[in-house]
Design a protein. Sequence first.
Length: 226
Amino acid sequence: MSVSYRQAFVGQIRKDLRQSGRRLAQTLTPLFFFSVVIALFPLAMTPDSEALAKIAGGVVWVAALLAALLSLQTLFRGDFEDGSLELMALSGVPMWFQVIAKQMAHWLLTGLPLVILAPIAAYSLNLNGDAYITLMMALLLGTLVLSSFGAIGAALTVSVGQGGLLFPVLVLPLIVPALILGAKATEFAAQGRDPGGALSLLAALCILSVSLAPFATAASLRVSLD
């Protein structure tokens, strides 16, 4: 990796992290939403610990998916509005490379905190203790899928005035497989069954998304800029 590429990569991540610090309320909103959904779910369904334990994995995954969607739809919005997106396109550094940096920054701000909060959320829902490691491993892979595929939808809708309505329609079909595999892996682990198959498929999906999504996102951004 050349020095200019390395500087561009690190610089983009630092820029996004600094901007998130200035917009702390917006940065914390997905995590707050995740916590509220987990806290309210037993009130809406049932306080019975055994019943909650059976659906705990799915609840955590749905809450994490919705929380990630909140932050993803504005991934490129600020850069588009202040002209930074055009500078990225003209910088000489491949757009897909800069997209990877922005996806990494998003994962550090949203995906990683969700992985860390997941055991606390699972404990409040009485998830079987044997499934905690599987839940964190699955979320680690799944949040990378969310950041990668979600960036494609964010790029396609960045110049659309009502992009907030279109974004979930574009992104949900791409990330539902990760939701199903992650929830199944957690469910299998909670039941004492081997979650290896579901985790392997989720890992394959993660590799596919991380490898291909930056190129699709970069192409979508160029279309939005034209």
